[in-house]
Design a protein around this ligand. Structure first.
Ligand code: SF4
Ligand code: SF4
Ligand code: FES
Length: 242
């Protein structure tokens, strides 16, 4: 396929100017070899519209700041090549998160809230001793923790989740993944009932309808299906015992 003329249909809205309604604005751009959406948006902003808002930091799929709906699918713009898209490209901000302007949303506040709600830290009665040797754990356990920790908090799984779109307090797959990370950690002394208090509700694991849009959209390939199943099984048993 040769280089094409691309038409971008981009959502524009500035919440600080509420008397101007949201709108889709079109921009024409000549495609270049190896063009990513990061490059394309920068060219549009530099050459056509300096008021366009969007977020990029790492440009390498690491920081999680560039999630947006690209032709309807939540994914990372910095890792998306225009050659993999049709010539008409629609860009919409991720739903669920607070809109800051155009394609820029506030995922940070949402993830901070989830960290507090799921108590995302190792709960232990042990006093901290900086001179003690590191706690040992099996390779298998360490790998499970590492796998969950790879989440870059991009918010794509949340935006693609039907439950999260209608229930603002639902913790979503990213929140459940966070809980799973601490459940497998042998240093965390919480028992199943304490976890049940955190995640055993309709805003937690029991609000998930299990259609796996989250697993289909995660750009990092976190095994969300397995994490959801693991937490659901544990919490079903904890609920039954309760
Ligand atoms: S499987 Fe659960 S968390 Fe994932 S998208 Fe569906 S409802 Fe949301
Ligand atoms: S689980 Fe995947 S899609 Fe969800 S926030 Fe983390 S990296 Fe993004
Ligand atoms: S800019 Fe960091 S993930 Fe896209």
């Amino acid at each position: 396929m040769g280089l094409r003329q691309l038409t971008f249909h981009i959502f524009r809205y500035n919440p600080e100017i509420p008397n101007v309604n949201p709108a889709i604005k079109d921009y024409i751009l000549q495609e270049e070899m190896g063009m990513t959406l990061f490059i394309a948006l920068n060219k549009i902003r530099e050459e056509q519209d300096s008021s366009l808002k969007y977020d990029f930091v790492c440009r390498a799929g690491i920081c999680g700041s560039c999630g947006m709906l690209i032709n309807g699918k939540p994914t990372l713009a910095c890792r998306t090549l225009t050659k993999d898209l049709p010539a008409d490209i629609s860009l919409i901000p991720l739903p669920v998160f607070k809109l800051l302007g155009d394609l820029s949303v506030d995922t940070g506040t949402w993830f901070r809230d989830i960290s507090l709600r799921t108590e995302s830290w190792v709960h232990t009665e042990k006093d901290f001793d900086p001179h003690s040797p590191e706690d040992r754990m099996s390779n298998d356990t360490a790998l499970k923790i590492y796998e969950a920790e790879r989440c870059i908090e991009c918010g794509c799984c949340i935006s693609g989740c039907a439950t999260a779109n209608i229930k603002p307090d639902f913790i979503g797959a990213a929140g459940v993944n966070r809980v799973a990370r601490f459940m497998v950690d042998p240093r965390d002394e919480r028992d199943e009932q304490e976890y049940f208090d955190v995640v055993g509700s309709e805003d937690g694991i029991f609000g998930c309808v299990g259609l796996m849009a989250c697993a289909d959209t995660c750009p990092i390939g976190i095994p969300l299906q397995g994490q959801l199943a693991y937490v659901r099984r544990k919490m079903a048993i904890a609920g039954w015992r309760r």
